[in-house]
Ligand binder design. Sequence first.
Ligand SMILES: [Fe+2]
Length: 179
Amino acid sequence: MSRLTVFNESTPEAPFFVTENAAAMAGKLADIGVQFERWESPVALAPEDSAEVILEAYRPYLNELMGTKGAGSADVIKLTPDNPAAPAMRTKFLSEHIHTEDEIRFFVHGGGHFVMHVDGKVYDAYCEAGDLISVPANTKHWFDAGPAPFFTALRVFVDTSGWVPHFTGDEISARFPVA
Ligand SMILES: [Fe+2]
């Protein structure tokens, strides 16, 4: 179940807002400029489906999204627990960072936590299959899919160089381990 949990940055043990309602998640995230939507899957896709099949299935959605965002390209990222690169990839995005363009992801399978840090608050958005999230450029955030990551996600880019993380040096993510 998708879920949004919001904390004050000083009280990681005591969230003051929790919801699993998609509309409530979207409303709360909109307060910080984060777009959240649930999409109905147009077809049943299997985790082993190729990137091409997945992109084709979501092409109408992607075309609309890319038009809205002025985005130039989309691809598919898959991560499974048996991938030897999984621990390194987890570590890379687990530290607080920003990007110079919006980080736009749609979960096809599995899930992961996008955690935004804005105005003294921490917004932990657990996204799963069917969820679109768009984190605005320059919003401090991190991502964690846990020690055994399993997800397939569409990524949308305006300019792929914008995807490079710029780390803030704040170690706040260590105080907010995701469930
Ligand atoms: Fe990021």
